[in-house]
Design a protein around this ligand. Structure first.
Ligand SMILES: [Mg+2]
Length: 382
């Protein structure tokens, strides 16, 4: 079997799909994308296709190493996302050829279902309590929301108090009937993270995500020493080699690699195993589309330390399309009491509605994250 074609499709809300076709009619799907830079990753995918056309798709490990090591310059958001989507599609092909889900090829399931959580509140949270109540009625008991809006490097206790009051109101409304993670989203500086973590600790968040930017990763152990809240990060780290230093440095309790950014299934399977050796949980980042989620689930079902799966049903980014809009086998993604069962179909377990995707790709939006500014006009972290 040989790879004969790579085709890419942009689609709302901000996704890029990759289809890899073979000369024997079997094809696989991937989602190689960086949110807001889809065109750049797409160009990288097509540039890398030189290494793939005419090759045997079953040799995933060799192709992965070729894409990674074959370039003298490697790593980073764009190249590792391109490799990630290609890797997902190769695993999809392999599973389909052998007639089994990818988790079977990785040694078989360690769990019966995977716990997911639900995003609430969007960028500028307002009606979080009502949203949680409505999702709680659907069976969800674990949530995530943004901790703050823009925050200055040194900010007023007034803004800290507002962030803490929101969390305290949620805890007061629901007591211990729900769990929640709080995403600092890299918006918080090291000095303000110290203050916020201290003030939030009495409200028992399940974790705080990106307490500071990954560029400040050397502060993770020092922040962790100052709080009992588990710290999580990883969506902006792209390979084992980046996770190696944060694991060795300590401080993180949960790693959140993105299966569409960190080299795909091949790489994230290894990152999960590295985390397990440090007693660190694995909770893949996934505010993306259905192929990315399917890839996450394949690894969740074989990683003993997988604790939670993000998923983007109803997420605030999904204005023009929702998670399952381009999926034929929607029933397989059913969330029952917040849990998803192992996807039963071969390969990644997602059947793409190609007609609908092609139609959507005729007029795709060019999504960009907002550029926020502080009151003085300077750029703020979003
Ligand atoms: Mg995040």
């Amino acid at each position: 079997m040989k790879i004969v074609r790579l085709s890419t499709y942009h689609a709302a809300p901000r996704w890029l799909f990759l289809k890899i076709e073979t000369d024997e009619g079997v094809s696989g799907w991937g989602e190689p994308v960086i949110e807001g830079r889809a065109r750049t990753v797409e160009a990288a995918v097509h540039e890398l296709s030189d290494y793939l056309i005419g090759k045997d798709p079953s040799r995933i490990n060799d192709l992965w190493q070729t894409l990674y090591r074959g370039g003298f310059y490697r790593g980073g958001a764009i190249l590792m996302s391109a490799i990630a989507g290609i890797d997902q599609a190769l695993w999809d092909i392999k599973g389909k050829v052998l007639g089994v889900p990818v988790y079977e090829l990785l040694g078989g399931r360690v769990r019966d279902h995977m716990k997911t959580y639900r995003w609430v509140g969007g960028d500028r949270p307002a009606d979080i309590i009502e949203q949680i109540r409505s999702y709680q009625a659907l069976g969800f008991d674990t949530f995530k929301f943004n901790g703050t809006e823009e925050l200055k490097l040194i900010d007023s206790p007034r803004n800290v108090d507002a962030a803490v009051a929101k969390v305290s109101a949620i805890r007061e409304a629901f007591g211990n009937t729900i769990d929640f993670g709080i995403d600092f989203h890299g918006r918080v500086s090291v000095p303000m993270a110290r203050v916020l973590l201290r003030e939030l600790e009495p409200h028992n968040p399940l974790f705080v995500e990106e307490p500071v930017l990954p560029e400040q990763a050397e502060y993770y152990p020092r922040l962790a020493d100052a709080t009992s809240i588990p710290l999580a990060a990883g969506e902006r780290m792209y390979s084992r080699f980046e996770f190696k230093s944060v694991l060795a440095g300590g401080g993180l309790s949960i790693l959140q690699p993105d299966l569409s950014h960190a080299g795909g299934i091949t790489e994230c399977f290894k990152i999960a195993a590295m985390a397990e050796a440090y007693d660190v949980g694995f909770a893949p980042h996934c505010p993306l589309g259905p192929v990315a989620l399917a890839a996450c689930l394949q690894v969740d079902f074989v990683a003993h330390n997988a604790v939670l799966q993000e998923q983007s049903i109803g997420i605030h980014y999904n204005g023009d399309a929702d998670l399952l809009d381009y999926v034929l086998n929607k029933e397989d993604f059913q969330c029952i009491d917040g849990n998803i069962a192992a996807l039963p179909k071969p390969g990644l377990g997602v059947e793409i509605d190609e007609e609908r995707l092609i139609e959507a790709s005729r007029n795709p939006p060019a999504w960009r994250n907002p550029v926020w500014r502080h009151a003085d006009g300077s750029v703020a972290e979003w």
